[in-house]
Design a protein around this ligand. Sequence first.
Ligand code: ADP
Ligand code: MG
Length: 260
Amino acid sequence: MSLIEVRDLRKVYHVDTERIVALNRINLKIEKGEICCVLGTSGSGKSTLLNIMAGLEKPSLGSVFIDGVDICQLSEKKLAAFRQKNIGFVFQSYNLMSTQTAIENVAMPLMFRGMSKKKRNHYAIEMLKAVKLDGRMGHKPSQMSGGQQQRVGIARAFVARPKIVYADEPTGNLDSHTTIEVMEIMIDMARRYKETLIIVTHDQEIASYADRIIYLLDGNIKSDKPNESIMKTKREKDSETAKQVKDQKKNEEGKSNEEK
Ligand code: ADP
Ligand code: MG
């Protein structure tokens, strides 16, 4: 069995007399260690799918298995415990505790593991170093930039080594430069710890970081493919940049030789 198996998932919302089919009929298998992106325009059902896969919402029909457990059948209490143990979240609006420092925020998920404070802090510090926030350990969220806050959010999501990390529009509140920084750190963390990472986004650029792109349209999976083409263009771009840098260096060397 795959780490995540979604079977015949359907979600219908009822608002007054209106029926909104947010998810029509979704089938999906995700393996351990995969970095997937759920891509689609606004209203296509991305957040609904992610929330149901994370056990935050119940489907109208169908099931979600995580490591063989049908999470849709768990009681609220069991589900909360399951989430704490197995799932990490990265939110668009960071959702950090405003009165707590970066270390305290990152250490939070470890409290549910019955770990001593000393050990929790040790791991939190290690994670904050991994997201390059060495100099911000004692800062509170209001004393940090958006990008820094999201790096704290990423450290918190990975610290307890959950089975899955879910990220819903993780860079939605960040500028384009910070988006690249934050995406690179999040992907690096997922690869480093061999985590399964599911990113939801409407942004093709963000999707290009994933190994696999699941394209949602009107509550249906329109396509589900490995990200080969985009990886290839990225590699080509990188090698082209490398060539340009090399050529430029050669030119400069040539010039300085002429000057001599
Ligand atoms: P996305 O994340 O891709 O923008 P959503 O999953 O949030 O899309 O929403 C999918 C559809 O379901 C939309 O038409 C949205 O309006 C509707 N929807 C989402 N949540 C609710 C809700 N709690 N009540 C009613 N309709 C909802
Ligand atoms: Mg959404």
